[in-house]
Design a protein around this ligand. Structure first.
Ligand code: HAM
Length: 426
């Protein structure tokens, strides 16, 4: 039986690489604009980092983590998200002594054992960023602005809605949860089984169940902002006024709570106009208790992450401006198999001078070699011909118009740059 890629994972084939590089280029550009440095953390961490960070009662930790014991018996998890590892690194490397906020971004694979479907994978990739050490709502607004800026750069500026909410802090959230429970007591019969469990274990998440009857029940649930304490309420009001100053349209939605226990105050999502959990482009929020939960000093933080595959699907539908993905400039062909060694040497010399070069392999006829160069859309071939080699010359062939000329080998190598220039401008 032939092997296939594991369910919920996919190969990124060469044809798609160009679009991935395009997105990455824009990530680097937007991170520079907003002053973020890159961080890479390992693919796996101690399982308890996520159990404590993301929360035992979340779907991610409870049902979706890839957790295993290594040969030493240590429980490890493949990272299901990027925020907890970045906070771990912030504490471990003493980044609290740096000027705050420390702004870090990452592009990482993430692993969640979910039911695979369009836009939902077991291995996906995230572009995320975290700003650590500052609680000012101006920073929340900036983090949101950066997300919008990123989608705009990609040409997706008109494809989404920005949804925000505040879920309060350690002080005011329990008051809100009580209110929610009171409301839901009268709606239990219309909730799905998962939500009945949530009612006991994680009532906040009753609000973002995607089942129709649960959505209906959530519509009239009391909004969190009515229960916020004075400072959370001020935080939300300032955030709203900063977003207005920045000209960012948003919708305040009490049903947005997000699936992680670490969030405090601001939560936000970037949702495409059509609905569907598996199509949310990105999400983030503030997590002022996370670093302390992971063993650091009390340190505020705010961040965002967006799914690369979901962006790429959108870009593919739009169609990217095409360009020659392959940079190969020259194809080396030879008239007789015994010239192959010469060809190998010439390819090596050209590559050393920075010319992307392909070489014919195997006992193919010259005609077959040139046919291959043609189907690879390479514009120039260099042919090692019998007559020419005798006088230390080579043939260069314009593949588009099938025109050939003779050139001294030494001259071609020494003046390769001017040849390349001549070939491109011709
Ligand atoms: P998240 O909303 O779980 O947030 O994931 C961020 C984005 O990753 C989602 O909006 C979605 O585009 C993509 N994504 C998530 N799961 C999958 C999947 N199974 N298949 C394909 N794409 C997926 C976080 O992970 C938080 N750490 C974000 C954050 C950063 N909050 C603060 N800082």
């Amino acid at each position: 039986m032939a092997y296939q890629v594991t369910r919920g994972t996919r190969d990124i084939l060469p044809d798609e690489q160009q679009i991935w590089r395009f997105v990455e280029k824009n990530i680097v550009a937007v991170c520079q604009e907003f002053g973020y440095d890159r961080i890479d953390t390992p693919l796996f961490e101690e399982a308890s980092l996520f159990q404590r960070g993301v929360g035992e009662d979340t779907d991610i930790v409870e049902k979706e983590m890839y957790t295993f014991a290594d040969k030493g018996g240590n429980p490890l998890s493949l990272k299901p998200e990027g925020t907890a590892p970045v906070c771990r690194a912030y504490i471990e490397h003493g980044m609290f002594i740096l000027p705050q906020p420390v702004k870090l971004y990452y592009i990482t694979p993430a692993y969640r054992y979910e039911r695979p479907q369009a836009g939902r994978l077991r291995e996906h990739h995230q572009f995320g960023y975290e700003a650590l050490g500052e609680g000012d709502p101006a920073l929340d607004a900036e983090v949101i602005e950066m997300a919008c800026r990123f989608y705009q750069r990609l040409g997706l500026g008109d494809e989404y809605n920005l949804i925000i909410n505040s879920i309060g802090c350690r002080e005011c959230r329990p008051v809100y949860i009580e209110k929610l429970k009171k409301y839901y007591e009268n709606h239990l019969s219309s909730l799905c089984q998962d939500c009945r469990n949530r009612f006991v274990r994680n009532p906040l998440r009753l609000l973002d169940c995607k089942k129709a009857s649960c959505r209906e029940a959530a519509k009239d649930a009391p909004p969190s902002w009515e229960s916020l304490c004075e400072s959370c309420s001020q935080h939300l009001e300032s955030l709203k006024s900063y977003l207005e100053t920045l000209g960012l349209n948003y919708k305040l939605d009490h049903r947005l709570v997000r699936g992680f226990d670490y969030y405090t105050r601001t939560v936000f999502e970037v949702q495409p106009h059509e609905e569907g959990a598996q199509s949310t482009l990105g999400g983030g929020g503030r997590y002022d208790g996370l670093i302390e939960e992971l063993g650091g000093k009390p340190t505020p933080g705010v961040g965002f992450a967006t799914g690369m595959e979901r962006i790429i699907e959108k870009l593919k539908k739009r169609g990217l401006p095409g360009s020659d993905s392959k940079q190969v400039r020259v194809y080396i062909a030879y008239q007789k198999p015994e010239y192959q060694k010469e060809a190998v040497k010439l390819a090596s010399t050209l590559r050393k001078s920075g010319v992307a070069t392909l070489l014919a392999y195997g006992p193919k006829s010259l005609k077959a070699q040139l046919r291959q160069a043609g189907s690879l859309k390479i514009k120039r071939a260099i042919i090692l011909g019998e007559e020419e080699l005798k006088e230390d010359s080579l043939i260069t062939r314009d593949m588009e118009i099938a025109e050939q000329s003779k050139v001294k080998r030494k001259e071609l190598i020494e003046k390769i740059d001017s040849f390349l220039e001549k070939w491109t401008t011709k």
